[in-house]
Design a protein around this ligand. Structure first.
Ligand code: SF4
Ligand code: SF4
Ligand code: SF4
Length: 738
C-alpha cells in the first residue's frame, strides 16, 4: 500500500483444490469469543471491540477503559508489524507504571519527535545514498515436495553468517542521540509542534567518509560550538561556516571531507555538539540509539588517566566519551582515549591462547594444554626472567611479582629506563598534581605531551596563565603559544634558559660559577608559580636534567610551582612505587613477557632464549614468543593504576570480560597460584592495601636539588626506544582517517 507495507490485493483469479483438513493459522484474527461471554464481563461491562474483532483501546496508553485491562499490538491494530506491536507494548508499560503509581495514565509531557517525512515512501532516497545497496537475502525454504509430506517449518532459517549479513543491512537510521539531544529537550519543554513550521528545508549531503566522525549538517543548528572548540582550543580550526543566510551550514573547507583536513580526531567537536549533527563512529560496529550500559572509569592508554564514560552493548564497548561532571580533563580526550580503544574490539583481539609452530600460531582452546606447557618448561629451566610492561595495572603487577618470586626469577621492565629522577620520587619536589596547574601563572610544555594536557594548558591560558612551548613538533597548537621555542633542539633551548637563570642568581650563590654552560643565555620571564611539564618517554634524559635544574632556580615547589613529569604508560608511577625497575634483555631458559613487546634491538638480545611466554592482547609479527596467552585491557579488568599526578586510576571491567579469569586459571593449573590467588578479588584487596600504604616524603631544598643534579652521571641522550602492540595498532587505526 502507500506506506510501503505489503498488503494482499484481490487478483480476480479463482481455482479449486481438494483438502482433507484446512487449518486457518495465519494469526490474522483475534480470538475474542471468551471476552464476549457473560461470565467474563466485568461489572456487567464487556471489553469494547470493533466490527473486526479488534479491541478499542487508547492509541497512546493502550487502556481499554475497562477495569485494569490494557491491550495493544495486533489485537488493537489488526495484522501489522512486530515493531508496531513492540511500540504499543512500550507505551502500555509506561502507562501501566503511571497508573499503578496513581498518576495520570497519559504522560503530561509529550516528547518532541522529528521525522524526515511523515511516511517512509516520501523520504528522499538521497538520504540513503551513502549506503551501499544490498538486496534482501532470500530466506531458504524446504523443497515443496518435502513440505507436502510433513509439518516441518517451511522457512529453514539463515546460517549464522547469512543472518549477520542480513542484520547488517539495517541502516540504524534512528538518531543516535535521541535521548541526549538538547534541541529535542527544548522542543519538548516548549511544546513545539513541528507542523507549525512549514516551508523550505535545507538538504545537505551526509558526510560518512571519515572512519570516526559522521557529519549530518541537516541536524545542525549552527550554534558554532564545534567551530570554536576546534579553532580556539584544539588548534586545527578545520570547521567553519559555508554560505550565508538560510543555506548556511557547518563543514570543513569547500564542504569537503574531514579526512582531507588537519583534523586531529580528538572528538571534541562531537562532545560539544548539542544535537546529532556530529556523531562518533566505530570501525567495528554500526552504532545505534538503543540502550547502553554506561560505566565511569579512567582511560588506561597513557599516564594522564582521563575520566571517561564507557558505553557497552552486549558486552562490547560501543562509545567512549569524557565523563560528565567536574573532572580535570573536562570534555577532553585524545584520539587514543576517544577512538583508539577500538583495537580491543577488533577481529584480531585474542581471547584464547596460541602456540607457535614454525611461522604459524596454532590456537589452543583449552586451559590444560597451555598450563602443561608452562609447567614442563619451568621444570627444565635453570635461568628464568620476567618482564612486565607499565601498561599493566597494580593488580596485574602484584600478580606477576608474586609469580616471579614463586619461580625464583627477577622481575623488571623493558619499557622503562633508569633515570636520575627515580631518586627524587620520594621527595616533596615530586608531588605536583593537576590541581597545581590551576594555580600556575605560567605553564611550560616541553617536547611532546599528551593532547589532553595541551588542552588543559590552553584552557588555563584563556584564564590568564602564560603558555610557553619548547618543542620540535609542528602543530596547529603552536599558534596558541605566548612564546614558542622551536628553532634549536630542545636540549639546546633548555641549556640557554638555564644559563640565563644562572646569571640571574649568580651574585647570591657562591658556587654557581661551576655550573655555567657554554651557551648564549635565553631570557625567559618565568614567574615563581611556573609548572614545567614533559613526557619522560619522549625526550632525552639530558633535557629532563636541564628542566629540573631550571626549576631549582625558578620554582618554590609550593602550590602551582614545580614539575609534573608525565609518561606514555598508564601505571608508570605505580611501577615506581612497586619498585619495578628497568631491565636488560638477555637470553634465559624461560622468559615471561607480560604486556611487553621487545623492540628490534631488544629482540636480538633474547633470541636464544629456550622458551618465551608472552601475555598480550593481539598477535604481532614482532612477537617471537613460543606461547601466547591473552591479556585483559583496561576495559576488561577491574583494577587500578597510579596516574602521572599520583591519583588512583580505576578500571571497572565494563565489558564483564572473563579474559583475566582464564589467565588466572592457566597460572593456577600450572601450579603458580593457589585457589585463593586465582581470584581477581584477591588481587583487588592486595592492590587496595598497597595503594593505602603511605610513603615517607623527604624534604629537599632548591639548593639540595641543584647539588644533587650535579652529582648525576651517565645520562641517556636519546629518548628511549620502546615497542607496544597497542600503540602500533592505534597508530594504524588513526591512519585510516587519512
Ligand atoms: S575532531 Fe578535533 S580536530 Fe577534528 S574537527 Fe573535531 S575538534 Fe577539530
Ligand atoms: S556543534 Fe553541532 S549543531 Fe553546533 S554548529 Fe557544530 S555541528 Fe552544528
Ligand atoms: S590523554 Fe591518555 S588518558 Fe587521556 S584520553 Fe588520551 S590516552 Fe587516554
Amino acid at each position: 500500500d502507500n506506506s510501503g507495507r505489503r498488503r494482499p490485493e484481490p487478483t480476480g483469479e479463482f481455482f479449486k483444490e481438494e483438502y482433507g483438513t484446512v487449518i486457518a493459522a495465519i494469526s490474522q484474527k483475534p480470538e475474542v469469543a471468551f471476552v464476549t461471554k457473560k461470565a467474563n464481563q466485568i461489572k456487567g461491562k464487556k471489553l469494547p471491540l470493533t466490527k473486526w474483532d479488534t479491541v478499542l483501546s487508547d492509541e497512546e496508553t493502550q487502556f481499554t477503559g475497562l477495569a485494569k485491562i490494557f491491550a495493544g499490538g495486533d489485537f488493537r491494530r489488526g495484522p501489522a508489524t512486530a515493531i508496531e506491536a513492540i511500540a504499543d507494548g512500550r507505551k502500555a508499560a509506561e502507562a501501566i507504571d503511571r497508573f499503578l503509581n496513581n498518576q495520570p495514565m497519559m504522560d503530561p509531557i509529550k516528547l518532541f519527535n522529528s521525522k524526515k517525512e511523515k511516511r517512509l515512501v516520501d523520504v528522499n532516497p538521497k538520504e540513503f545514498e551513502q549506503y551501499e545497496e544490498i538486496p534482501r537475502f532470500k530466506m531458504p525454504e524446504l523443497d515443496p515436495k518435502v513440505r507436502a509430506s510433513n509439518f516441518k517449518e517451511v522457512e529453514t532459517g539463515f546460517e549464522e553468517e547469512d543472518a549477520r549479513a542480513e542484520a547488517d543491512r539495517c541502516l540504524e537510521c534512528g538518531c543516535n542521540v535521541n535521548e541526549s539531544c538538547d534541541l529535542r529537550k527544548y522542543a519538548t519543554e516548549y511544546k513545539i509542534d513541528a507542523d507549525m513550521f512549514v516551508g523550505d528545508k535545507n538538504k545537505h549531503p551526509i558526510d560518512d567518509s571519515h572512519p570516526f566522525i559522521r557529519r549530518d549538517a541537516n541536524k545542525c543548528i549552527n550554534c558554532g560550538r564545534c567551530v570554536r572548540i576546534c579553532a580556539e582550543v584544539q588548534g586545527p580550526g578545520v570547521l567553519g561556516y559555508i554560505f550565508r543566510g538560510f543555506t548556511t551550514y557547518v563543514a570543513p573547507e569547500f564542504g569537503g571531507s574531514l579526512s582531507k583536513t588537519n583534523c586531529e580526531i580528538c572528538g571534541k567537536c562531537i562532545d560539544v555538539c548539542p544535537v546529532g549533527a556530529l556523531l562518533p563512529k566505530n570501525v567495528n560496529a554500526k552504532l545505534n540509539p538503543h540502550i547502553s550500559e554506561t560505566t565511569t572509569q579512567n582511560c588506561g592508554l597513557c599516564g594522564t588517566g582521563c575520566n571517561i564514560e564507557v558505553s557497552v552493548q552486549d558486552n562490547r564497548v560501543t562509545i567512549v566519551k569524557p565523563a560528565e561532571g567536574d573532572t580535570f580533563n573536562q570534555r577532553d580526550l585524545c584520539f587514543d582515549g576517544k577512538f583508539g580503544w577500538q583495537i580491543f574490539e577488533d577481529e584480531d583481539r585474542i581471547t584464547h591462547s596460541f602456540e607457535r609452530e614454525n611461522d604459524h600460531w596454532l590456537p589452543i582452546k583449552d586451559i590444560d594444554t597451555a598450563a602443561k606447557m608452562i609447567q614442563e618448561k619451568l621444570q627444565k629451566a635453570k635461568s628464568k626472567m620476567v618482564y612486565i610492561s607499565p601498561t599493566s595495572s597494580i593488580e596485574e603487577a602484584l600478580l606477576i611479582q608474586h609469580i616471579a618470586k614463586k619461580i625464583g626469577s627477577q622481575i623488571s621492565s623493558l619499557s622503562i629506563y633508569k633515570s636520575f629522577v627515580d631518586r627524587l620520587t620520594d621527595t616533596n619536589l615530586y608531588t605536583k598534581t593537576y590541581d597545581d596547574l590551576e594555580h600556575a601563572e605560567c605553564i611550560v610544555l616541553i617536547g611532546k605531551v599528551s593532547k589532553v594536557y595541551k588542552t588543559i594548558a590552553r584552557r588555563l591560558q584563556r584564564n590568564g596563565a602564560k603558555l610557553i612551548l619548547i618543542t620540535k613538533e609542528i602543530s596547529d597548537f603552536n599558534n596558541f603559544a605566548d612564546e614558542l621555542h622551536n628553532d634549536d633542539p630542545i636540549v639546546k633551548t633548555l641549556e640557554k634558559i638555564l644559563q640565563y637563570n644562572i646569571e640571574l642568581v649568580k651574585e647570591e650563590m657562591d658556587d654557581i660559577d661551576d655550573i655555567e654552560h657554554n651557551v648564549d643565555p635565553l631570557k625567559l620571564d618565568l614567574p615563581e608559580k611556573t609548572v614545567f611539564m614533559y613526557n619522560r618517554d619522549l625526550i632525552s634524559e639530558e633535557s629532563i636534567w636541564n628542566i629540573w635544574a631550571i626549576s631549582s632556580l625558578v620554582c618554590n615547589f609550593e602550590e602551582g610551582s614545580g614539575i609534573l613529569p608525565t609518561s606514555k604508560f598508564n601505571n608508570f608511577r605505580g611501577f615506581q612505587k612497586l619498585g619495578i625497575n628497568a631491565g636488560e634483555p638477555a637470553n634465559y631458559n624461560f622468559v615471561l613477557f607480560y604486556g611487553e613487546l621487545p623492540c628490534e634491538e631488544q629482540k636480538k638480545r633474547i633470541k636464544n632464549s629456550n622458551f618465551i611466554v608472552s601475555v598480550n592482547t593481539h598477535i604481532d609479527d614482532a612477537d617471537s614468543s613460543h606461547l601466547l596467552l591473552p591479556k585483559a585491557s583496561y576495559l576488561e579488568l577491574e583494577s587500578t593504576s597510579i596516574a602521572d599526578d599520583g591519583r588512583t586510576s580505576k578500571f571497572k571491567n565494563p565489558k564483564n570480560s572473563t579474559i583475566h579469569n582464564k589467565l588466572l586459571k592457566i597460572f593456577k593449573k600450572a601450579g603458580l597460584l593457589t585457589v585463593q590467588e586465582a581470584k581477581i578479588s584477591f588481587w583487588n584487596k592486595k592492590a587496595q592495601m598497597f595503594l593505602a600504604k603511605k610513603e615517607k616524603i623527604r624534604n629537599l631544598s632548591n639548593q639540595e636539588l641543584l647539588d644533587f643534579l650535579y652529582t648525576v652521571e651517565h645520562m641517556q641522550f636519546d629518548a628511549p626506544k620502546q615497542a607496544s602492540i597497542q600503540k602500533k595498532r592505534i597508530t594504524k587505526l588513526k591512519k585510516m582517517a587519512k
